[in-house]
Structure formats: C-alpha cells, structure tokens
Design a protein around this ligand. Structure first.
Ligand code: DGJ
Length: 731
C-alpha cells in the first residue's frame, strides 16, 4: 500500500494490495482520472487520455495550446461538476449566493495522511493510508476535499468528500455525492440487489448504456427494495474471471448510485446521499461531510470482488471486539411463540435446549407494555414489563436463563411506537409527521423523530435502563417500517429537506449512545428481516437478521445475494421449524442446519416440541458448527460454487486463510430423475497440498480438486444438502 505524488507529472499513484488507482492534475488544473485496475508500474498513461468531439465540445477560455480539442464533456473527472460544459451527471450541484449553479473545481493542494480521519457523526472504515485532495472553485470560495484511502490487506478504495463554503454568504448544496469515477469503455454489465420483505437481495443484471442506470432508496433507510450496492463488470464476467468494480455505500438512509455510459467512450459511476428531496444550505464557513463509499476492485470476477469486501469489512469496519469472535449460539422464541408466551412457557423453551450447546436465549417482541398481544399496542413502552406474561418483571426470567449458564437477550424496536402506548400519550409530539395531516401507519406503528435530540435522549435513557437493570447480554434491534411524512417539528421550513440525512445522523447517534455505551452487550440488527442491511449498520451490528424468510430454499438465494458484499459472519441465519412459517415448505433438519451454518447460526422455533432425537440432532449440529464451520464463517474465504439463481443447485465453499481446511455445502433444489452427473471444481485450495475428503473417502491434491474436481451425488427427494469436509493432510 502506498500513496505517491509525482511532482513532475502531477500524478497521484494510489496502490492497494493488488490494484492501482491513478489520476493527474491536467494542464487546466482539473483532477483527471487515468486508471483504476490491477497493479501497474508507474509509467506515463498520457496516451490513454480521451479528448472528445471537435464541434460542440466546450473547453476553458483561454484554451491551452495542444489541448484545443479537450472538452469538459469528455473529461474523466475525479469529481464531476456542472455548468461549464459537462452535460453528464454531476457529482455536485451547488447553488451559489448569486443564484447561479456553476462550479469549476480546480486543484489547489493535497495532503497524505497516515492516520485516517473519521467522519463526524457517521461510521466509516478505519486504517489505511489517506490522500486528501483539495479542490476549489475558480470564482467562489466553494471547495471540495476528496478523501481516498487504500489498504494493504484488501483491494478496496474508500472515498468521500467534504464540501466547504469558504465564502461569507450562503451556498446551497442541491446534490452532494460521495464520489465520481470514470471507467474506460461502455461494455459493462451492472449487477444490483433488489428485494422486498422476506425476499431480500435478489440479484439483477442490466447493461451500461447511453443514458443512466440508477438504483436508489427514497425510504430514509437503505431499504430491502434496493441495497446500496452496484457492481460494474466486464461483459461476460463470471464468479472467477473478468474485471469487477463493486460499489457499496456506508450509509443507512436514502441514497442513489448511478452508472452512465457517455458518447466519449467512458462509463461514469457516482453516488451518495439521494439528492431527490434534498438540499442543504451552508452558511459562510460551514462544511458538509458525505458518507463513505467503498469501491472494491477484482480481476478475478465476482468472487474476488466479494472476498475484497469481506476482508475490508472484517478488518476495518465491523466492531473488532466481536467480528472474529464466536457469536452467541442462540435460541429465539419469535417463530416459536410469536406474542403468545408466559414465564412458564419461556422456561420450558430454555429447559428443552439444555445440554445442546445453545448458549443464549433471546426473548423477542411482546415482553413490554400492558397489552402487547399483537402489533397494535404498547410499542415504545420499554419502561413497562408485561406483568400478565412475566409476573415480577424480567428479573425472574433473566435469573432463570443465567442460572442455566446461558446468556439473556431481549428485543427492542427503539425507532417506532404505537399510538396506543404510554409513550405516545405522554409525548404525541415525538413522532415524525406534519401536524394536521394524517400519519401513515406501518405495522401499526408511528416513527420516533430521531432528528430531534430530546427524542433520542428519551430513547437512550429508557433502553439503556432496561439493558443495565437486567444485565442483558444481547439485544436484537428491530425496525419494522419505513419513514413517511418526512417532517420534523420545530425545524425551519427551509431546512426540512435535510430530514432524510438528519435521520441517519440521529440513528448513528442512538447507536453510539446505546451500542457503543454498552460494550459488554452483543447487538444484532434487524429491520423486518434484512430491510436495512448496509455497511454503516454493520459497523454497529456485527450481525444482522438476514431475512424473515427462514426457509432453506429461499435462504440459498437470499444468502447468495447478500454475500456479494457482506461477509458470511454478518448474516444471522436460524434453523426454524418445518413446514416453514413463511413458505410452508417442508425440509429436513439437516438441510435447514446446513444452510443456516453458512452464517452466524442459531435456532428459532418452539423447542418444547423437540423429541429426544430432535434434541440429539441439534446437539450434533452445534458440535459440527463449532468444530467445522464457525472459524470458516468468521475468518475464511468464500467461493461461490453454484448459483441458485441460475440452476438447480446452490454451492458455497469456505476455505481457511491458510488453506488447510475447507468445507463445501451443496444443495439441490429438485430431484430430477436420472439427472446428469453434477461435477464441481473446487476453488481456493493450495494446489501443492494434499487433502482428504471423508465423505468420498478420497485423498488427492488441491491441484486435482481444482482442475478436475469431484462429482456431487445427492440422493433422495427435493431440497437436500450434502456437505463435504476438505482437510489438508500430511502423508
Ligand atoms: C420482525 C423481525 O424480523 C422478526 O424477527 C421479529 O423480531 C418481529 N419483527 C417481531 O415483531
């Protein structure tokens, strides 16, 4: 990893583990992109510059000799701006005091920092070496500082921008993206992750074209609808071959990511906070910090891109206290009991898993308020325990769970409240909405206005009190609706378009004051399943409930899509009952466990119905997880072997970093009679090591397993799995 500035050619070279990012300050003084890809020697790239059309191109006045055919509309800008002749999408649009919306951002200096500065109020990656590039408008005192961070242990570059108004008069940001980047050519595909409740992060592909491919959220949440991720790849890129540039925004509110093909033969990528319903006025001397974007580069297809993201997030984003430590192996009562439980039932659920290896009991929704028997009432009343269900409060249950040597977890939904609740009756003004207008109801609830400090203070005080009074070990933080009627009481009308971003800042403040303030407590994220699964949330929540759809068949697709940028250890995956509660599909306990073991695992069912055989099977599954899967999930490399979106099989191979241990989990959807042999070539092994696979009683070299492979024979009905253990041996 290194960042070098070549004074003579005014070229910046940013080298990561196996990649180079380079740009230079062109003769007009603009930061012009040159290359982002595999590591290259520091040689001149001037022959690769594209200039553009002669007739309608606009160039600076006076023109520079030798640069007459250069035009703004063809510039590969490090931060594209508007008004001087670039008609493509700008990354920044600022309304100056005079009312014009022009920018002309010129290089004025730079710094190279060994310690990466954090972003105020927002999570970001740590470590690495950082370049700060200072740009300033040629006419006003508006400026932009571009931050670039590279790492020596993963092929990602982290970027963001701080916009400054150095003038004495206000300037209004009407668009303030985190980055723009220009790739050569238009021949790319764009992969993104779409979804809905119980159907999160399904993969879709389209082509870069002349025009804009745009994915966004207007939900004030990163949302289940479209994840803040796109991957731009060479046409025909596979899991193992082809170049990919993956873009993932470290942000949890409304965002946009775009890919635009231009007639000059470039593809522009850009994005950040969604500029739909956004403007932000900066008084003289004020700045605006954008969220960070992480851009992964891979020359080894989508698999390489995912491993770059996984290493980046495990090494630099997720809480180091938990990221590589064994996770709670929990039993959650939600799918088992829903709201219908009492102390005796919960004790019986706990008793039924004694000796299985389950070490944490999580009490989900329904424990609080006076009438939380369904989703209509009591949400937000964390200060009241439902004594009908839990006489004597939480203490008897917490003591019982602790007396069994287990940890105790509890569910909260801090951002929402019911109209029928003590908190709403006491503080009707705490909710989001325009007074006098009807407030939209989502899952029977309103939303707390996190943009206001007094509302956040109330939540922090009540939630922290429950956590501390009850010595909780684990918290599941849920969020079951989207924001509507974006409006904050008491805020200046002209600042109401700040709402979506202020909500994110309020959410991060809550996370700091509840999660960071209780370091002994493990926090799991959730949003009606995986409805807010983004890198910023992962900074606080080392794992997130991946989906309310816990059916193994559905999970093969959900977990496949999620693994595009998020490590397996970030996906909470539970073994639930069969028939499945969401899909009614019947599958074996082995299938459910094999798929749930490809993440941070647990159980979510009514364990009181277990037979002795069931209990023994759970015990054996947990031994298997602890001995074979856990370390690979936490620290290993993922190789996606079979894509369930494209065929009848799903396959994930997990390989230890030292390549001495691996597992291959294969799943076959439908039993096709007399089907052809399924051949699999393993990946990521050491070609020179010899491996033993007990399931095949086979010893052979890594080279053979990766070039010739094995034949997978799944025998039996539909929805079955086969798992192989691949261990290096000394002969
Ligand atoms: C939605 C979550 O995704 C579920 O796991 C469960 O916690 C319910 N909310 C409880 O209301």
């Amino acid at each position: 990893m290194s960042i070098v500035f070549e004074q003579e050619t005014k070229t910046f070279w940013l080298d990561g583990k196996g990649m180079t990012y380079t740009f230079f300050i062109n003769p007009f003084g603009y930061a012009e992109h040159l290359y982002f890809g595999k590591t290259i020697p520091h040689e001149s790239l001037m022959h690769t510059r594209a200039y553009g059309g002669l007739s309608k191109g606009i160039h600076p006045n006076p023109a520079i000799e030798g640069q007459r055919i250069w035009s703004y509309n063809y510039m590969k800008s490090e931060l594209s701006f508007y008004g001087t002749g670039d008609y493509r999408e700008p990354a920044v649009l600022v309304e100056n005091a005079a009312g014009d919306r022009l920018s002309d951002l010129l290089y004025v200096g730079h710094e190279i920092l060994s310690a990466k500065p954090s972003i105020s109020g927002m999570p970001s990656m740590d470590g690495g070496e950082t370049l700060v590039l200072h740009l300033k408008d040629s006419h006003t005192d508006f400026g932009a500082d571009l931050y670039y961070t590279v790492y020596d242990d993963c092929d990602v570059i982290a970027r963001r921008v701080v916009y400054h108004n150095g003038a004495k008069t206000p300037a209004t940001l009407r668009r303030a993206y985190s980055f723009s980047l220009s790739l050569p050519g238009n021949d790319y595909e764009v992969t993104s992750l779409w979804g809905s409740w119980a159907h999160e992060r399904f993969m879709q592909k389209t082509h870069v074209h002349h025009g804009v491919v745009s994915i966004d959220s207007k939900n004030t949440s990163s949302s289940a609808t479209l994840n803040p991720f796109i991957a731009v790849s060479d046409m025909g890129t596979t899991e193992t071959n082809g170049q990919v540039w993956g873009v993932n925004l470290v942000y949890s509110s409304s965002y946009v990511l775009k890919a635009q093909g231009d007639s000059g033969g470039h593809t522009l990528l850009m994005g950040g906070i969604n500029d739909f319903d956004f403007y932000w006025t900066l008084d003289g001397g004020e700045s605006f910090e954008t969220p960070e974007v992480v851009i992964a580069y891979s020359a080894e297809g989508f698999g390489g891109m995912s491993r770059a993201f996984h290493d980046a997030y495990r090494n630099h984003l997720i809480n180091p206290r938990y990221v590589k430590s064994p996770r709670p192996l929990l039993l959650n009562n939600w799918e088992g009991t829903s709201f219908n439980f009492d102390l005796e039932k919960l004790k019986a659920i706990v008793d039924a898993v004694e000796g299985t290896g389950i070490d944490t009991f999580v009490l989900d929704d329904g424990w609080f308020g006076t009438s939380r028997d369904d989703s209509h009432a009591s949400l937000g009343d964390w200060h009241i325990v439902n004594e009908r269900k839990l006489p004597g409060g939480l203490k008897p249950l917490v003591d019982y769970v602790h007396s069994k040597g287990m940890k105790m977890g509890l569910w909260f939904e801090p951002e929402c409240l019911n109209e029928d609740s003590e908190v709403f009756r006491a503080h009707p003004d705490y909710i989001i909405g325009v007074p006098g207008r009807i407030h939209g109801i989502g899952r029977d609830s309103f939303m707390m206005d996190l943009t206001r400090k007094e509302v956040r203070d109330y939540i922090v005080d009540t939630v922290n009190k429950v956590i501390r009074d009850n010595k909780l070990d684990y918290v599941k933080w849920d969020f079951n609706r989207n924001v509507t009627e974006s409006f904050s009481l008491g805020r200046d009308p002209k600042d109401q378009s700040r709402f979506a971003h202020l909500y994110a800042l309020g959410l991060y403040d809550l996370c700091e004051r509840i999660i960071e303030a209780n370091p002994q407590v493990f926090f799991e994220g959730c949003s009606a399943g995986g409805g807010r699964f983004d890198p910023a949330m992962l900074h606080y929540f080392s794992q997130i409930w991946t989906s309310d759809n816990s059916d193994a068949e559905a999970r093969t697709m959900i977990q496949y899509g999620t693994s595009m940028c998020y490590p397996l250890s970030s996906m909470s995956c539970h073994v639930s009952a069969s028939p499945n509660h969401q899909t009614y599909r019947v599958s074996t306990m082995k299938t459910r466990a094999d798929i749930a073991h490809l993440g941070a695992t647990g159980y979510e069912l009514d364990s009181t119905v277990f037979t002795d055989e069931d209990r023994e099977e759970v015990r054996a599954q947990i031994i298997e997880y602890k001995e074979c899967d856990e370390s690979l999930v936490l620290e290993g490399d993922l190789y996606r072997i079979e894509n369930p979106f494209e065929g009848n099989f799903f396959g994930f191979e997990l390989v230890a970093k030292d390549k001495k241990k691996a597992t291959l989990t294969m799943y076959r959807r439908i039993n096709i009679c007399n089907d052809y042999a399924k051949r699999i070539r393993l990946q990521g092994l050491d070609p020179d090591l010899r491996y033993y696979i007990p399931e095949l009683d086979l010893t052979c070299s890594g080279a053979l397993l990766m070039t010739v492979g094995i034949v997978v024979k799944i025998r039996g009905a539909d929805f079955l799995t086969l798992k192989y253990h691949i261990d290096a041996i000394e002969e």
